[in-house]
Design a protein around this ligand. Structure first.
Ligand SMILES: NC(=O)c1ccc[n+]([C@@H]2O[C@H](COP(=O)([O-])OP(=O)(O)OC[C@H]3O[C@@H](n4cnc5c(N)ncnc54)[C@H](OP(=O)(O)O)[C@@H]3O)[C@@H](O)[C@H]2O)c1
Length: 275
């Protein structure tokens, strides 16, 4: 398998929420060598029409007949199907992916499950903020796919940030990265409601909560400091913050969040088990 000097086709098979986030990253990536054709496959005609309108430079197909045809013509495949759909169609689409470069976005599905079809498998776990260019992606590679590491990392990086991780950590990353936005949103909702409870209008409380979370994340990224050290800097002795933090500890917020990551990771492991 060689992409250099080839007029190759890249297909996003299952171009829903995550597939289109990766599509946006690919379109921004100035990847070299660049695909000659980018095709997005969906199940329904209306999804294909919407994509064609939103991304005029790409082709779209829908329905098994046309999707299977394009899959057979593709060189690089981004698999963005839901896990239960993939379970149903894998016996049909697997042989069409023979020896292609496969980038799987599917939660819980191990690299090993695709190796009977192609040796060039990478597994990417990303999240919905990728739609806005501030997503996180962790990437693992099969042994044979390591020769395409650079290419795949460059393709995925415009999602926001992309890091490599051994596959043994992927279920944990599925939880931390994939489900993480939902966990943060629950915290954001709780912060907002605390503000509302104390009399701040909802819209303002929501903006405050969102900006506090964004700013805090930025502070951690830019300083590289341990979150605990930054937290200690905000705690005036006898002050408001330490008072609030002690209530959070009494209520088990810290372990609640950590255990949520554990639970989601365990569920991700079960998702990937062959039925
Ligand atoms: N959403 C998240 O936050 C998130 C986070 C991390 C990982 N993931 C993983 O990303 C993957 C995709 O999730 P998603 O949220 O993007 O799903 P989604 O929005 O439902 O997108 C699925 C896509 O697959 C298409 N599709 C369904 N059946 C098909 C078939 N038989 N042939 C071809 N295309 C078909 C759908 O087409 P139609 O639009 O026409 O139905 C849709 O474009 C999942 O495996 C999930 O585990 C998701």
């Amino acid at each position: 398998m060689e992409l250099k000097d080839k007029e190759y086709t890249l297909t996003i098979y299952g171009a829903g929420v995550m597939g289109t986030a990766v599509l946006s990253a690919i379109l921004k990536s100035n990847i070299s060598p660049a695909p000659k054709r980018i095709v997005c496959c969906t199940s329904r005609a209306e999804s294909a029409e919407k994509l064609a309108k939103a991304y005029p430079s790409i082709e779209t197909t829908y329905g098994d007949e046309d999707n299977f045809k394009i899959l057979g013509e593709s060189d690089v495949i981004v698999l963005g199907l839901k896990p239960f759909i993939c379970d149903v169609v894998i016996d049909k689409i697997g042989p069409l992916m023979k020896d292609k470069i496969l980038i799987s976005l599917i939660a819980g599905w191990k690299i090993e499950r695709f190796l009977e079809y192609t040796p060039y498998v990478s597994r990417v776990m990303t999240n919905t903020p990728a739609k806005f260019g501030c997503g996180m992606a962790v990437v693992s590679f099969s042994e044979e796919c390591k020769q395409f590491e650079d290419y795949i990392m460059k393709l995925i990086d415009p999602i926001g940030k992309a890091l490599q991780l051994p596959e043994k950590n992927m279920d944990a990353a599925t939880s931390l990265v994939g489900s993480g936005p939902a966990f943060c949103l629950l915290m954001m909702e709780a912060l907002t409601e605390g503000g509302v409870r104390m009399g701040i209008p909802y819209a303002i409380a929501k903006d405050c909560a969102a900006k506090v979370m964004e700013g805090t994340a930025k502070m951690v990224m830019e300083t590289g400091e341990h979150p605990g050290a930054l937290k200690a800097q905000v705690c005036t002795p006898g002050g408001t913050t330490i008072g609030g933090l002690l209530v959070m500890e009494d209520k088990g917020v810290r372990s609640g969040i950590s255990r949520a990551v554990e639970e989601a990771a365990n569920i991700a492991t079960k998702l990937g088990q062959k039925k």
